[in-house]
Design a protein around this ligand. Structure first.
Ligand SMILES: [Zn+2]
Length: 292
């Protein structure tokens, strides 16, 4: 949970950041919000990057490798059997709940998430675009046949009993930290056409589908300001929105624990733990609207 890193920040620092965030929201009214792994670390799903935006762990699977090599898919699915369960069971965090509350209060024009865990939806956010897809469904890359991921996992577990019950740390996309010989792992291909099954996630090296990118962009230009929460914006598909918004003169702000690629463009930046700051801001906005 958030206690460990929150302890490094005084109650005063959190109140200052929360009050400034509330003031920003009150002033701008209609926000376009982009979230990243930081929002889900409070749910126990680890972040890929550290406070300086550097890789904390081996980079995630590359799209080209996944499609080209059976060995990469064997390794991916074997590790996913262990890693994805943890992600499925991850609880919604206070940050997810606070963002859903901001939407219910009418402050969110669009929420774009780079996370694939669907925790924003579980927390009650409705205006969500899953920019990088969702990890809980799987589609055939040839014919498009789509199934729920847990069903495919159940089938893979039944065919690969030696690989079940492995315990491992897990990664943001349901991957896991296990290294062993995966060459005997039996991958399941599309039952309709024999094509390659892939989680409906945009991997590194793949592109965000155009319609999704355009929808996110349209939301951005309906909003008055953009706010990044828990993301370093190191991935270009997220960063480009801030670059475009900056070119239009929109106010940009960030709440995160570290540097972001957009730092030179930000009008406001709060380097603080997400959940307590968001909760503080929501409480203050509620109080003010109640008093008005
Ligand atoms: Zn197929």
């Amino acid at each position: 949970m958030s206690a460990a890193y929150t302890a490094a920040y005084s109650a005063d620092a959190i109140a200052r950041a929360g009050a400034a965030l509330a003031a920003f929201i009150r002033r701008e009214q209609r926000l376009w919000i982009i979230t990243g792994a930081g929002v889900s670390t409070d749910s126990g799903i680890p972040d890929y990057r550290d406070a300086r935006g550097e890789w904390k762990r081996s980079p995630p699977v590359q799209h080209g490798d996944f499609m080209a090599f059976e060995a990469v898919r064997q390794r991916y699915w074997a590790r996913a059997l262990a890693g994805f369960e943890a992600m499925r069971r991850a609880p919604v965090s206070g940050a997810h709940r606070a963002l859903a509350e901001l939407e219910a209060m009418g402050f969110v024009e669009q929420l774009v998430t780079q996370n694939v865990d669907r925790l924003h939806q579980r927390a009650g956010s409705r205006r969500v675009i899953d920019l990088h897809g969702r990890a809980d469904t799987v589609s055939c890359t040839s014919c498009g046949y789509s199934i729920m991921r847990y069903a495919l996992h159940a089938e893979m577990a039944a065919r690969n009993p030696a690989f079940t019950g492995l315990d491992a740390g897990h990664a943001p996309d349901g991957d896991a930290d296990i290294e062993l010989d995966f060459s005997t792992f039996e991958v399941i291909d599309c039952r309709r056409c024999g094509g390659i099954f892939k989680p409906d996630v945009v991997y590194y090296g793949d592109v965000v589908p155009k319609a999704r990118r355009e929808a996110a962009r349209a939301g951005l230009f309906r909003a008055n300001a953009a706010l990044a929460v828990g993301t370093s914006l190191m991935v270009f598909s997220g960063y480009r929105f801030f670059r475009d918004a900056h070119a239009r003169g929109m106010p940009l702000a960030s709440l995160s624990l570290g540097v972001t690629r957009a730092d030179p463009m930000l009008s406001e930046k709060w380097c603080a733990p997400l959940t307590p700051v968001l909760e503080y801001a929501v409480a203050q906005l509620k109080q003010q609207s109640g008093a008005a």
